[in-house]
Design a protein around this ligand. Structure first.
Ligand code: APR
Length: 307
């Protein structure tokens, strides 16, 4: 396989993702940051590990967008992470400026790439990237639902003492306070979760899932989660490069699916070589539909602030 993945932003998420992609052997990597030395230093360090880990892939650290030319995938992690007590939405104006600049350069230098956005507030920054690049909707995707779902699965499995692999779920909606865990589609060992857990216990886990990112932010003191976000992006990259067409919850552009349009929001997507190849419309309860509509309103209110 002749993959090339460029990562914009060589911070915690970007560098951890570079590590995962490079050592998987799936692709060569370009790590780009406005702070050129940081990108170069991390690329050098990762290169030095290659004889030990035994791979022949290459990584370049740079601040020059020419290096991202002919990338299959460009991942945007550039931006500021949340500070303790800060909501993802408060990041909007600062990160919007960064995303506009980065998206224009991606459009100019890697016009055929599939773009995965990680910068928060996720659904808003993905929408902005779509608008600024002018790329078709299937080639701009936001990473979030897979991560939120993984947090939910981990907490359910832990609570019940069952293998994580026995829990199935999707989290839709915004990557934020209005995320929508699909209880109606959550199963443990093929049984509906509602037959296994009472609603109080389940509600407590939903709340912990929703607050998990903020809990990590406050424990770290500076910066936000990066091991699990990079794992989620890696899984999306793998599904694209290997054309696996896996159904993964991700932020996608809707044109009427789930009764919503003209926004990016978390929904189950079939992800393959073409990016988002299909939006999967699951049967969801009326309550979940209403929660999704509320989440969409919250995203649109912030989208309207973008100029
Ligand atoms: N162009 C390129 N790189 C930039 C730019 C820019 N215009 N602006 C900032 N950066 C770089 C920073 O120099 C830094 O190295 O983006 C990197 C961000 O890294 P961190 O501060 O470590 O943030 P990280 O934890 O990686 O999170 C990045 O992902 O999960 C989200 O909320 C999180 O929006 C945040 C993003």
């Amino acid at each position: 396989m002749n993959g090339k993945v460029s990562i914009i932003g060589a911070g915690a998420v970007g560098a951890t993702l570079a590590h995962r992609v490079l050592e998987s052997g799936m692709a060569d990597v370009v790590l780009l940051d406005i702070f050129k030395n940081i990108a170069m230093g991390k690329a050098m360090d990762l290169s030095d590990a290659s004889p030990i880990v035994a791979h022949e892939r290459g990584i370049t650290g740079t601040d020059d967008y020419k290096a991202i030319e002919s990338s299959d995938i460009v991942v945007i992690t550039a931006g500021l992470p949340r500070k303790p007590g800060m909501t993802r939405d408060e990041l909007v104006s600062k990160n919007a400026g960064i995303i506009k600049d980065v998206a224009l350069k991606v459009r100019a230098n890697a016009p055929s790439s599939i773009v995965i956005v990680v910068t928060n507030p996720l659904d808003v920054m993905t929408y902005l990237t779509y608008k600024v690049t002018g790329f078709p909707k299937n080639r701009v995707i936001g990473m979030a639902g897979l991560l939120d779902g993984a947090r939910f699965i981990y907490l359910i499995a832990n609570e019940l003492g069952v293998p994580r692999s026995s829990v199935e779920t999707y989290i839709l909606g915004s990557h934020g306070d209005t995320m929508v865990p699909l209880i109606s589609n959550t199963k443990v060992g093929a049984k509906p979760v509602t037959e296994i857990m009472d609603s109080g216990r389940l509600e407590a886990i939903v709340k912990r899932t929703r607050d998990r990112g903020a809990e990590i932010v406050s424990l770290l003191g500076s910066g936000s989660a990066y091991y699990s976000p990079s794992a989620a992006v890696f899984k999306m990259i793998e599904s694209i490069l290997k054309d696996k067409k896996e159904t993964i919850a991700a932020s996608a552009y809707l044109e009427g699916e789930y009764g919503l349009k003209d926004l990016y929001i978390g929904v189950p997507c079939k992800i393959g070589a073409g990016g988002v190849e299909e939006i999967v419309e699951l049967d969801i309860s009326a309550q979940e539909k209403a929660a999704l509509a509320k989440s969409a309103e919250a995203i649109k209110a912030i989208n309207r602030l973008l100029k």
